[in-house]
Design a protein around this ligand. Sequence first.
Ligand code: 4BW
Length: 150
Amino acid sequence: MQKLEEMNILEKDVAPFLISAEKVAHVQPENTLEHALLVLIKSGYTAIPVLDTSFKLKGAISKAEILDTILGIERLEPERLHETKVNDVMSTSIACIKSSAPFERALSYSINHPFICVEDEDGSFIGIITRSKLLAYLNGYLHDQRKKKS
Ligand code: 4BW
């Protein structure tokens, strides 16, 4: 089989894989954990991006981080949900690329990150690329390659 690095798929632009910002569930740094948990539960996602009011990416927040925050020594402390802001709990080490980045970079980030945030040249958030979209495309591409050879 042809080696992956010989295929121009790796240089392909990531723009076609983008889930645009309006379809991405998100919260703001100043929101309470209660609000963030409601958005996470309603959307069904494990983790979502945190964006400020000017749509700049600030981090990501997960159900696990929220549950960890309300975990007391002997009981859950749900009162912390409205006392604590997203900003205090979110993780800031997130994968982020420009929309002009190649497929190869997104694929490499997706090993450790279920989604990759995408910014425009001005640093405004424009959407995410998910691991499932990248893998589905790669799977289709490899099947096509095999068909062409047979
Ligand atoms: O609501 C869902 N609809 C669909 N079609 N698939 C879902 C949904 N929730 C979960 N899934 C599936 C996807 O295959 O489970 C995978 C893991 O979800 P996650 O991580 O742990 O919530 C999903 O894999 P994925 O599509 O590769 O998405 C990877 C991660 O990207 C998700 C979530 O953290 C984030 N994400 C995806 N779409 C999002 C989103 N975050 C905010 N808004 C969106 N629209």
